[in-house]
Design a protein around this ligand. Sequence first.
Ligand SMILES: [Zn+2]
Length: 446
Amino acid sequence: MSNVFVLDQQRRPLTPAHPGRARYLLRAGHAAIFRRFPFTIILKEVKPDAHNAQFTPLRAKLDPGSKTTGLALVNDATGQIVFAAEIAHHGQQVHDGLLRRRGVRCSRRSRHTRYRPSRFSNRRRSASWLPPSLESRLANILTWVQRLQRLCPLGAISQELVKFDMQLMENAEISGVEHQQGTLAGYEVREYLLEKFHRTCAYCGATNVPLEVEHTIPKSRGGTDRASNLALSCEPCNQAKGNRTAAEFGHPEVQVLARAPLKDAAAVNATRWALYHRLTALGLPVETGSGGRMKWNRMGRDLPKTHWLDAACVGASTPDTLHVREIVPLLITAQGRHSRQMCRTNAAGFPDKAPKATSVVGGFRTGDLVRAVVPAASVKAGVYVGRLAVRATGSCNLKTATGTIQGIHVRFCQPLQRGDGYSYAYGKGGAALPPQASTPGSPRRI
Ligand SMILES: [Zn+2]
């Protein structure tokens, strides 16, 4: 298991403890449970000298993705991963919700109803504006870094900022770089090509197949190893092309595309830079790394590809050995905090449901983690632990690990943890992961 976060009586973060140690402290009555997810205990005494010499600050490492962000806490000195998580964002739901609202407002304008003037040119966006779906992603990541800051001694942050490092490629399109197999530079070139060819075969457009780095003008006919002579192809296309140039193979456009440099704008991602600036504002040193570097780190340590292991491999500070076997990542899913829509409408935009009910029922809200003990006389008799979805009648839904159970009354529920906008589960641990699919011995295959 991942380590357990420990706070002292005054809620100051201490070095995370081994689960066995935490179990002892809880049994002996020296500590109490502070949070279930991530599991945190609070000591019943003050530790004023805890911030002295024996104190090891941890590094929070992030691999931001569009749907899922990997997160790992690493002790740089020992190479131990202390905690790992994967945050599933809900950008798509945010996007869909805004589209629905826009539809309702549009249709209302053309009907004989209370007039709602069109509002599209009366707002000014700040220079740092991001679409709400992306903003929610950043907010998720920042929320979790700040939470971890409160739960453990964070000393630094590492973030994957760019997919590939132009500098490490020595500006490949102009000066050219040897396509050295297995070197860090080679990994940067490959990430560069993946971005340039959108992870598809340049010849047949196949996706989700193993891709190979391919010379548009073959080396045997004087083609160079410059990135401007490289393309991506699937194995059948590469075989079929053989000793021909891309033009002779019937694809002159691939040769043109390979020669054109990838615009810088395509390589840098506005969201990642926005995240970088916000992380810097937290006051911790932020190290940045490229996707190529991350992959090189991960392959060199023979680790499988998961979001949390990717995160652990971000940046040049990655320790030589990462201890991952006992780690079980916490799967965090962003859920949002109920709807702010006051008048609920049907698909055509007409109000057709009862006005929005109270969000607090019997002291509970949707999203609270509860333990329900339903007495034996009831049909639903049993003990359930899960995430509550409140209903105004008091008869609520409970989402447990095995499924959703309807008709659990709030009077049977005990709170375990109040809703915080996320739901939780545990993923596959380091020991349960499949062995490395592609070995470092065959670095040409991507
Ligand atoms: Zn192909």
